[in-house]
Design a protein. Structure first.
Length: 140
C-alpha cells in the first residue's frame, strides 16, 4: 500500500515537528531538546530561533538558561569549519559524567577552536565586493 501525502500535509507536518505551528508553551531547554540542537554561531540568532517557537518569550531567554546551566554550547566540527550549537539535558549529563580532567581538556580545546573560528577563514570583502587583502586574519 502506498501512502499518499499532499504538499500541504507535508508542510503542515514539518511546521508541527519544528514547533512553528502551533508554537509551544514549553521551556527553552525543552524546545532545544525537541529540535535536537540549535545553531548558536550568532547568539542573537539562537535566541530568535528559540523565541519564534515559544508562545511567550523575551529577549535573552537563551542567555539566562545558558548561564544557569540548563543548556550548554558545544562545538560541532564540520569539514570546512565548526559551528557552535546549543544542546540540552542529554549532552549536559554526558559532560558532567566525563569528570573534571576530561572537562578541563574539553574546555581548553573549545577555547582553542573558538579562537580559530573567530578569525575569518576566507578573504574578507568590503562593501564593493573587492578583496581587502586579508586571509584568515593575516595580511596577504
Amino acid at each position: 500500500m502506498t501512502l499518499r501525502v499532499s504538499w500541504p500535509q507535508a508542510l503542515a507536518w514539518r511546521l508541527h515537528r519544528q514547533l512553528l505551528a502551533p508554537v509551544t508553551r514549553q521551556s527553552v531547554p525543552v524546545v532545544v531538546r525537541r529540535l535536537c540542537d540549535v545553531q548558536a554561531q550568532v547568539p542573537s540568532s539562537a535566541d530568535l530561533a528559540v523565541r519564534v517557537r515559544r508562545g511567550s518569550s523575551s529577549p535573552g531567554d537563551v542567555t539566562r538558561v545558558l548561564s544557569d546551566g540548563r543548556l550548554i554550547k558545544t562545538l560541532r566540527r564540520g569539514v570546512a569549519r565548526g559551528t557552535w550549537r546549543l544542546n540540552g539535558e542529554a549532552r549536559i549529563s554526558w559532560f558532567r559524567e566525563a569528570g573534571p580532567a576530561p572537562r578541563a581538556a574539553l574546555a581548553a580545546e573549545a577555547a582553542r577552536l573558538s579562537s580559530i573560528l573567530d578569525r575569518p577563514s576566507r578573504p574578507t570583502f568590503n562593501r564593493l565586493d573587492r578583496p581587502t587583502g586579508e586571509v584568515g586574519g593575516l595580511a596577504a
